[in-house]
Design a protein around this ligand. Structure first.
Ligand code: FNR
Length: 373
């Protein structure tokens, strides 16, 4: 369908479902076990309602913010998700160009389907910031090389993913014949070849083959200082799932945390990030003063973004929505999704009576104990 018919983020998923090969859709859409957490990530936003203030001047409304000091036109970033070329031949480059056109920041996955250098080179201007999502390799030598490589290429921050040390049970993906051996023929860079042997990738699906060599023995005491010794880049911990770990990340001096359960692709019954954000707000509001807090998972509407910001998030990440958009329409689809979100966020802010992101405060949302149908 023509892009004007795509009026919200869900629509983009519908189109992607129609055009993507079964196996790509299986990999992109799959989630852990019975998809309870995946579905709840989105549904949980339905338990938060607004207290809008009226009679406030809102004709001038600025949706822009900074993330780790880098400008973003809306409080949203493109979360690092693997293998964009499963959906479109240009893959991650669609995201890079779309991010440039709209003034967003792209986080590049360790398991991107183009090399980190190719993605960096696809930037339209050299001052376009890119963040890097790091899976720490079990070998310190390989991990160190990877960190030095991306720092040398000009990536601006490391998002260390800590919630996918071992492969999640994504049955849709496991059932679908996995993709990685095909990918070799399509010129997937050597470092993105599956680490596991054929038997392992058959058992674990596409995703499993990608995480097999992740370091499953990381600790706060050992791993964060180790990364600090190698790089000056800010470190953000991606995959915080309880209040205690948010506090520990602050104590470890991390510049940011992402409350995330990997889009429901890892541990089933991990709490929806908006609920965890609410808990941290109630139990440890000091966390928001010590580090930047982001959330991802299930964000599909401007109101979702605005709710997260009211509760103290600095920005939010979207994974699948951008993968679907670039699959269906390439770079233009990415730009379109950002425009939709921008319009919805602006409307939400204006309707709450605010003109600036910094005016979004916890008093503007209320958690109810019932779920809308
Ligand atoms: C991901 N995600 C992810 N995260 C990460 O740290 N490294 C990765 O390589 C990937 N790969 C990946 C692939 C696919 C297909 C998906 C859908 C997701 C997780 C991603 O960064 C983010 O946490 C979630 O996608 C957020 O949930 P939504 O927006 O997809 O609901």
């Amino acid at each position: 369908p023509p892009l004007q018919r795509i009026v919200n983020v869900e629509d983009m998923e519908e189109v992607a479902k129609k055009i993507l090969p079964y196996r790509s859709m299986a990999y992109y859409s799959s989630a852990g076990d019975d998809s309870i957490t995946h579905v709840e990530n989105g549904r949980a936003f339905g338990r938060f309602f607004f207290h809008p203030r009226v009679m406030k001047p809102v004709s001038q409304c600025d949706t822009s913010t900074t993330i780790l000091g880098y400008k973003s036109t809306i409080p949203v970033y493109i979360s690092g998700a693997a293998l964009a070329r499963l959906g479109h031949p240009l893959g991650e480059v669609n995201l890079t160009r779309g991010a440039h056109k709209t003034g967003l920041i792209q986080m590049v996955s360790t398991n991107s389907s183009l090399s980190y250098a190719e993605i960096s080179a696809a930037r339209v201007s050299p001052d376009q910031p890119l963040f890097f999502q790091l899976y720490k390799h079990v070998s310190d030598v390989i991990a160190e090389k990877r960190i030095r490589e991306i720092e040398g290429l000009g990536y601006k921050a490391i998002f260390l993913t800590v919630d996918a040390l071992v492969p999640g049970n994504r049955e849709l993906d496991i059932r679908a014949p996995h993709y990685l051996e095909d990918f070799e023929n399509q010129g997937l860079p050597a470092q993105r070849k599956p680490d596991g042997d054929q038997g392992e990738t058959d058992r674990l699906g596409t995703a499993g083959g990608l995480v097999i060599k992740n370091d499953a023995d990381m600790t706060w005491e050992k791993t964060i200082p180790w990364i600090r010794r190698i790089t000056k880049l800010p470190i953000v911990i991606k995959g915080i799932q309880c209040v205690q770990d948010a506090v520990l990340a602050c104590e470890a001096g991390c510049e940011g945390i992402v409350l995330s359960n990997h889009g429901g692709r890892q541990l089933e019954y991990s709490l929806p990030p908006i609920e965890l954000l609410y808990k941290i707000r109630q139990q440890r509001p000091d966390v928001f003063e010590k580090t930047e807090v982001y959330i991802d998972g299930g964000i599909r509407r401007g109101t979702d973004v605005v709710k997260a910001l009211c509760l103290g998030a600095r920005a939010v990440g979207l994974g699948r929505a951008f993968l679907y958009a670039q699959s269906a329409y390439g770079e233009t689809g990415v730009v379109h999704v950002v425009r939709i979100l921008e319009r919805e966020i602006r409307f939400g802010m204006q309707s709450l009576g605010v003109r600036r992101i910094s005016e979004l405060v916890p008093q503007m949302v209320e958690r109810v104990d019932w779920q809308p149908v």
